[in-house]
Every structure is written in C-alpha cells, then in structure tokens.
Design a protein around this ligand. Structure first.
Ligand SMILES: Nc1nc2c(ncn2[C@@H]2O[C@H](COP(=O)(O)OP(=O)(O)OP(=O)(O)O)[C@@H](O)[C@H]2O)c(=O)[nH]1
Ligand SMILES: [Mg+2]
Length: 233
C-alpha cells in the first residue's frame, strides 16, 4: 500500500499519454494519490483526467487554465505539492519518458529514510547532437554553481523525476520562495540550490530516458531563459 505517497503529474497537452500513465500507477501502486496539475491544455487531457477522477477517488485534477501569467512547469509542481497532505511526493512527467515502474523504487528509498530520491538519466536516447551539447554545458554550469556555493547535489541535477519528503520541500520553499523560478522546468535544481551540502540524505535510481512517443515537446527557448534565471536567483 502507498498511503503515504502522492504522485504529482504536470501536464500540457498530453492526451495521448496521460491515461496510460495513470492506469499504470493505479494498477501498480495501490493507494497512491494522483494529482494532475494542468496548465490549460487545449486537447482532451483535462476531460480524460476528470473522467478517471470520477471513477477513482484518489485521482485529482488541478485546473490552472484561469491562472494567466503564473503558468509554468515549476509553479505547477509546487501547486500540486502544496495541495497534498501525504508525507511524500513523487514528481513525474506525463509523457512516459520517465518509466512508471521507477516510482516504486523512489517510494522504497523514501520509506527507507532518504529525504530526496532522484531518478537519474543513465543514458538519453534520441536527442540530436546540438541538444546534447547544450544540455551537457548547462548541466556542468549548474553543477559548478552548486559546488562553489556548498550546496547539495546529485548525478542528474536537472532531473524532472524525483521524490521528496513533503515537509522538507515545503520548509525549503517557504524560506526561499523567490528563488524558485515558477515559469522554469528545473524545480529539482531550485530545491538543491537552497539546500546545504550534506544536510539531507539523497539517493539515486538510474534509468534509461527514452524519446517521447506521443505528443509534442514543450522544451525550448523560453525554458532556456528560465534556467538562466534559475542560475541567477
Ligand atoms: N502544468 C504544466 N505542465 C507542463 C508545462 N510545460 C510542460 N509541461 C509538462 O511537463 C512535462 C515535461 O515537459 P516536456 O515537454 O516533456 O519536456 P522535456 O521532457 O524536457 O522535453 P522532451 O524530451 O522533448 O519531451 C510533461 O508532462 C509536460 O506535459 C507547463 O507549462 N505547465
Ligand atoms: Mg518530455
């Protein structure tokens, strides 16, 4: 039973993926709460989640379509985390690039006493050379920034797939509200840069990051700018 866990899924036009992901969680992780945080999808994502929520009490949809300029991946994840009362939260993308079975490994590490459990991309399949190069340089820069400032780190500082003790996340956020870049993509990095080295127990679970099969990527120039902002705040 996963009564202490809530999984947070940010969505933007994921009609081809969301029901597959939710059904896998429903069957593999009994009792786990599922919170979908949608930023105004124009496809059927919200309808699909509403229909599933009608049938299963542990699914919830947070519809942010009226939020205007507050939209963004990081602010969606934060809103989902602040919504739950469960002890641990696990953040996962909706597009199935994060293998749902790893949710179980993350949950186990958190139950065993880790404060933060990060699913780390061991290999990335299908990225073009320029995306690999840009990503590599940004990762190196981010790692350097954490290192010089004496902050916590891990082998995949930009991972979007991780679990954390909820109270720890909330306290860190409360003390550093302005340092979390709501429009950005890298909520884990924002959390790490606000956490002192060796102050928390971090564990890692390696996995293979596959290309998206359905739906379109939302990563792009805007997120690049948000990441630079993350480095500077
Ligand atoms: N709520 C919310 N979700 C978002 C937003 N942008 C992206 N998402 C979701 O966040 C997750 C990650 O976005 P992706 O577009 O897959 O980003 P990525 O994995 O870095 O890029 P690809 O590898 O190209 O898929 C997916 O579940 C998206 O639907 C946003 O502004 N708000
Ligand atoms: Mg993706």
């Amino acid at each position: 039973m996963y009564k202490e866990f809530s999984v947070i899924i940010p969505t933007l036009n994921e009609e081809g993926n969301i029901s597959i992901l939710i059904n896998r969680i429903l069957t593999s992780f009994k009792g786990m709460e599922i919170i979908v945080v949608d930023d105004g999808s124009s496809d059927r994502t919200k309808d699909i989640v509403r229909e599933l929520a009608r049938r299963h009490g542990r699914i919830m949809l947070i519809d942010r379509s009226m939020k205007g300029k507050e939209r963004g991946l990081t602010s969606s994840v934060i809103e989902g985390i602040l919504h739950t009362k469960r002890g641990f939260v696990i953040v996962i993308d909706a597009d199935l690039q994060h293998p749902p079975r790893v949710i179980g490994d993350i949950a186990r590490r958190l139950s065993d006493g880790s404060d933060l459990a990060v699913a780390v991309r061991e290999s990335v399949v299908g990225w073009k050379l320029y995306r690999r190069l840009i990503s590599r340089s940004l990762i190196r820069f981010g790692e350097f920034a954490l290192w010089v400032n004496g902050k916590a780190t891990c082998s995949d500082i930009f991972s979007g797939f991780f679990g954390v003790e909820r109270k720890l996340f909330e306290n860190t956020l409360k003390k550093n509200e302005r340092r979390f870049v709501g429009s950005g993509y890298k909520v884990l990095f924002d959390f790490l840069k606000c956490t002192e080295k060796r102050s928390i127990k971090i564990s890692e679970i390696p996995y293979r990051f596959n290309p998206r099969e359905r739906g379109a990527s939302k990563a792009g120039f805007r997120q690049g700018i948000a990441l630079i902002k993350s480095f500077l705040t």
